[in-house]
Design a protein around this ligand. Sequence first.
Ligand code: ATP
Ligand code: MG
Length: 217
Amino acid sequence: MHRSDSGRETDRPLRLGIMGGTFNPIHYGHLVTAQEALVQFHLDKVIFMPSGHPPHKKDGEILLPEERYLMTVIATASNPDFSVSRMEIERKGPSYAIDTVRGLKKIYGESTEIFFITGADAILEILTWKDAEKLYDMCKFIAATRPGYCLEKFKKLHLLPNDTELGKKKPQVYFMEIPALAISSTDIRHRVCKGKPIKYLVPEGVANYIYKCNFYR
Ligand code: ATP
Ligand code: MG
């Protein structure tokens, strides 16, 4: 049971979107994707989940979790349907989606419907996630198509839920078309390094914070 926008209690389970990422830095591609998922899938809110320090990345290659978390807060603060979780940045050791989903169900209730929002480029990775098959029972996935990734490729990989193959559990994946956004954190970091503009690629507050802290130079 939770309260709807109008404040009345509703019986339908809470629908929670999780937007996971490194957010190094967060950009409008992430924000548009989360907002589009919120509306298209009637989610109650989207939680941005900055990752902890990835074990395979050397120090210096990626900003500290706290710095990425702060940029994510700056970028999402004005949207009442968005919030940012510290769950993964505070977890000791590697972070697995299954632990995050379990943690969120503990906070929001077992009946909460969880939708993992990812870019279509990242969706194939879910097949390799820890306890993948267990995870498929606990949450659904929303894959945002990104320029250069065609849906046919994924259909061929039998990722769609109506493709049944005996004995093998399939993730439930919904595809979502989003306005073409060729924005990536990699490009933004390169731009900052070369002194090129990042205006209109990231929220103004995020750009100011990057310059203030001298990130990516
Ligand atoms: P990097 O270039 O450093 O890999 P990124 O731009 O891909 O960064 P991530 O933090 O790695 O950003 O991505 C977090 C999630 O957002 C992933 O699921 C990714 O697929 C998705 N994503 C990233 N950029 C876009 C975009 N422009 N449109 C839609 N989804 C995106
Ligand atoms: Mg990426």
